[in-house]
Write a protein that binds this ligand. Structure first.
Ligand code: NAD
Length: 365
């Protein structure tokens, strides 16, 4: 066995503990298969950390996170913490991890598993074979820009956020996107609002300049409003999309619905050195928490991304994705992806779905 790889597991709130428990099992199983030796530790983040430590991102968690090669996270937040001020909320734990670890590249694949084509909100022919990757800048833009806040100006409240990108922030995310496009279909679409926002005029300029280093990638530009339309009109026209924090947040949720359910969507957030945080796109689904109803596949597929992007074990990633495809093909569905008009499908809970994936991985030579 090789040197131990530090992994930090952060279940978080709501359904986090249930989906992460299942995904962690898969992670350990696949690491064994691939001959990787993992040192797995656990820590708190989000609402639970606020209750226990008074902060959504305790120093101990941050310290462990800094030492880890990869982090597996469930989700944070819930109604219990909804009334807290913005800067004290569970989500700050997540934003803090992303910025402290410089996880600037968020990868969100929208990949349609063939057996789920009928669960998409679009017509089957529009989504069959869909495989797009949204690369979202994650540590800059309007979510972090200063000044920000709500203040009194001329006797009325004024809300302010600042949309700021520095050249080097655009340059590094563009390079990640070009390199991913090189390994996929060789096409990159950069999304901006350069007709209105100066910051995205700079975005377009820098992406174009970086593109000169990647002559084998076909670069195009699209305004965000058009990109939103095109994603629901003809999503298969895209290969890789790259965009800023705010637009990426919205477009990746639009892309989510193309594949059937939030419960199917994994994500990776990477630093420049390949360290990463892997988590489902969905939130903590308080309505499902503790009921064995949540779909664990987004988290399991996030583990696949961990093997591909942080652990340099693409075969492990392929094995997980194949197992998911086979289990779906055999007709097993959690409640969020079941289709009432297809009586041959079999409804399963969170744990059983995890067991089925584990059994499929075990069975595959
Ligand atoms: P959500 O993603 O938690 O839920 C939206 C809908 O999708 C709900 O109907 C939920 O039941 C369903 N859903 C989500 N995950 C599912 C799964 N794995 N299987 C089956 N169904 C699933 O979003 P929300 O309701 O807007 O937010 C709930 C809480 O989660 C809030 O506190 C919010 O702040 C937080 N949140 C956290 C993250 C994160 O941790 N990355 C992201 C989004 C929202």
């Amino acid at each position: 066995m090789s040197e131990k790889i530090e992994i930090l597991v952060l279940p978080g709130d709501g359904i986090g503990a249930e989906i992460v428990a299942v995904a962690e099992q898969v992670m350990i199983q696949v690491a064994d298969r691939e001959g990787l030796s993992l040192a797995v530790d656990h820590a708190m983040v989000g609402g639970g950390a606020i209750d226990a430590h008074g902060t959504p991102l305790p120093e101990e968690t941050l310290e462990k996170a800094r030492n880890a090669r990869a982090l597996l996270l469930g989700a944070v937040g819930g109604p219990k913490w909804d009334d807290l001020a913005t800067l004290e909320r569970p989500e700050r734990g997540l934003l803090g991890l992303r910025s402290e670890l410089e996880l600037f590249a968020n990868l969100r694949p929208a990949l349609l598993f063939a057996p789920l084509a009928t669960a998409s909100s679009l017509k089957e022919e529009l989504v069959t074979g869909l495989d797009i990757l949204i690369v979202r800048e994650l540590t800059g833009g309007i979510y972090f820009g200063e000044p920000r806040g709500v203040r009194i100006v001329d006797n009325e409240r004024v809300g302010i956020n600042s949309y700021v990108y520095k050249e080097h922030e655009i340059d590094r995310i563009a390079r990640v996107a070009f390199e991913l496009a090189q390994k996929r279909g060789g096409r990159l679409c950069s999304v901006d609002k350069a007709n209105v926002l100066e910051v995205t005029q700079l975005w377009r300029e820098v992406v174009t300049e970086v593109g000169r280093d990647y002559p084998d990638v076909e670069l195009s530009h699209m305004y965000v409003d058009n990109a939103g339309m095109q994603l629901v009109r003809a999503p298969k026209q895209f290969d890789v999309l790259v965009t800023g924090n705010l637009f990426g947040d919205i477009l990746s949720d639009v892309a989510a619905m193309l594949t059937g359910s939030l419960g199917m969507l994994p994500s990776a957030s990477l630093a420049g050195d390949g360290r990463g945080l892997f988590e489902p796109v969905h939130g903590s689904a308080p309505d499902l928490a503790g009921r064995d109803l949540a779909n664990p596949l987004a988290t399991i597929l996030s583990v696949a991304m961990m093997f591909r992007y942080s652990l340099d074990a693409p075969k492990g990633a392929d094995a997980i994705e194949t197992a998911v495809d086979r289990v779906l093909d055999a007709g097993y569905r959690t409640a969020d992806i079941i289709v009432a008009t297809e009586p041959e499908l079999r409804l399963v809970g969170t744990r059983e779905m995890g067991d089925l994936i584990a059994a499929e991985l075990e069975a595959k030579p």
